[in-house]
Design a binder for this molecule. Structure first.
Ligand SMILES: [Cu+2]
Length: 276
């Protein structure tokens, strides 16, 4: 018992995000830290989403035989820089068997990925699993949600759109104030959906709209496509995906893209952070 505790201490690196970087050593926290594991079987980060309070240390563990990395996904929307998305930057290498502790101090969403198995799509700014990876089409991506009010201004209302000719939402992450409305617009010809898979991993505290939320395209709502407004009364993190272009895998708690979805292997999903 003694020796395993010492070993654990020896491999523990403390990193504090949002305030300052702790160089030397971290103390193991008194409470059990949530763990995100780069799983040896799926080669994915499990769980996909981790919800924590500020000043919680998350253990990132590489259970695989190969070296992996943990890196911040560049913000697709430049207006979110300095705000709710990625208020701190992480660039870490994780050797086989290594675990590190990262303490998240600033509220917001942290979108992380492993660049040994995925790239960032230059057009759609999403994590895209490399062909031939074990986890394909799932991307080795992990989202950490730190509850509370993020830095910067959060808009009262916001918009996310289905891109013309593409089975995908413009942004993976948006934010708004509670009692505000997320308007989903569809510039594509086809119908798309913002479907709610129910509550999981602390996400979706209430149903999103009618849980189906069809968004009419230019075929059904000519000439410019339809709007689906969704108003959020309960703060929290919400997740939606398009049931016409993905299925929700309840074991992995992630959506898997349909092979005929135009952005495959990028999945048609999005998050909206609703701030009090
Ligand atoms: Cu769709």
């Amino acid at each position: 018992m003694q020796s395993s505790a010492v070993r654990w201490l020896a491999t523990f690196v403390g990193i504090v995000l949002g305030a300052s970087l702790l160089g030397a050593c971290g103390r193991p926290p008194m409470t059990v830290s949530p763990t995100v594991t780069l799983d040896a079987t799926t080669k994915l980060f499990l769980p996909f989403i981790t919800a924590i309070n500020p000043n919680t240390t998350v253990i990132f563990k590489n259970a695989d035989a190969a070296t992996h990395t943990l890196k911040t996904v560049p913000n697709a929307d430049p207006t979110t820089v300095g705000g709710f998305l990625n208020p701190g930057t992480i660039t870490q290498s994780l050797n086989s068997g290594q675990q590190i502790g990262i303490t998240f101090t600033t509220p917001g969403l942290y979108d992380l990925y492993d660049d040994t198995q995925a790239t960032i799509d230059p057009t759609y700014h999403r994590v895209k699993a490399n062909n031939g990876t074990v986890g394909f089409p799932y991307a080795p991506e992990a989202v950490v949600w730190v509850r509370g009010n993020p830095p910067g201004k959060v808009a009262p209302d916001t918009k996310n759109s289905v891109i013309a000719g593409v089975d995908g939402f413009q942004y993976q992450f948006t934010a708004l104030q509670y009692h505000g409305t997320l308007t989903l617009h569809n510039y594509d010809t086809d119908k798309h959906y913002a479907s709610d898979p129910g509550t999981f991993e602390g996400v979706n505290p209430t149903a999103i709209g009618n849980s189906v939320n069809v968004i009419l395209g230019t075929d059904d709502a000519p000439p410019d496509g339809g709007d689906t407004p969704l108003t959020f009364y309960v703060p929290g993190l919400y997740y939606y995906y398009c049931t016409a272009h993905a299925n929700f895998n309840t074991q992995l708690q992630r959506a898997i893209p349909h092979k005929d979805a135009s952005l495959y292997p990028i999945v048609m999903e999005s998050f909206v952070l609703v701030v009090q």
